[in-house]
Design a protein around this ligand. Sequence first.
Ligand code: PLP
Length: 391
Amino acid sequence: MIAKEIESKISGGSLIRKMFDEGTRLKKIYGDDKVFDFSIGNPDLEPPKEVKDALIELANADIPGMHGYMANAGYPETRKAIADKLSKESGLSIGIDSICMTCGAASGMNNILRAIMEPEDEIILLAPFFLEYLNYISNVKGVPVIVNTDPDTFLPIMSEIEKAITPKTKAIIINSPNNPSGAIYPKEVLIELNALLKKQDHVIHVISDEPYIDLAYDGMTVPSSLACFDNLIVCFSWSKSLSLPGERIGYTCVSPNHKDFELLTQALVLCNRILGAVNAPALMQRVVAKALNAKVDVPNYERRRNLLYNIITEAGFTCTKPQGALYLFMKTPIEDTKFCEVCAKYNVLVVPGSAFKREGYVRLAFCVSEKTILGSKDAFEAIAKELGLKA
Ligand SMILES: Cc1ncc(COP(=O)(O)O)c(C=O)c1O
């Protein structure tokens, strides 16, 4: 016997995973180059040179105890380097105590939720959102409250958020650049949201999930959340910035302006330990400290975003151009799961918006080869024609 909740999650499966399995099946029948799989957001670029250089240097360094346990929050040198970088970006004075090294954003988010949520506490999610949040929230017996964003810009609508706030609201999760919409929240929006939350008569934590912060296009930079929110906890990872998703490395950062700073920083370190991560990987903590200003080849992602965006819009589909992250979130002319079925007939695999709690759209991950993107043009035109978008 296993826990009922987990058993039901197993039988529910993941829509993204199902699309991936379908892709594998189709590739066996038609060959790799005849299947256009846009379903999985797995960063496909290699890490930048600084990562390899750091790994080689560290392998030769003979540092005693290099692979040993350390304080649960991580190495002080790494935390200091991160705190200094964030201080420069935000204009705040961020100290080492704000930073706890984590096993990626997923682990950071679980630490945060465990640290702040009581059973039955509510947490506001802005749809569309990364569906794993629901699993993390159910880990702490919290209650997700879903609020839609604007259907074209995917920016938060303050009046809708205000309506969703109750005495049980413990936190709101924001994610900019957003998976799946690619929206970047402008500074004014962050400031407005902070004002709305501070007007309430209890603390509402802002959890800013920022794994895509370095993937911004068209010369945009992502506004610093630390500069805009007070009761803020940042959740960051190098999965996308340095293409290291398998290495499980990230951090949480509590704003020095947070009302519960002292207790919260201690709570996050405790949760890192008691949820089983214990500490973030030792070697990777040293690597990221040496590669703090490096990034993957962002112009490469931007080029592929442009290629895929042009293909789908020229075929007749409607899509807001994403400003960041790795996805296009395209409107569907018919119900989204039916649209996915039509796409699959043409060997095109995409994920329905319902997998992000926003129906009427599909997500296309553009972290796939240029060959796949260019090869999909005829298929998108044929799909548009079948659905009557083009004569
Ligand atoms: C919005 C968002 N948050 C968190 C994560 C988890 O990232 P990590 O690999 O750092 O755990 C992802 C991964 O795709 C994501 O898209």
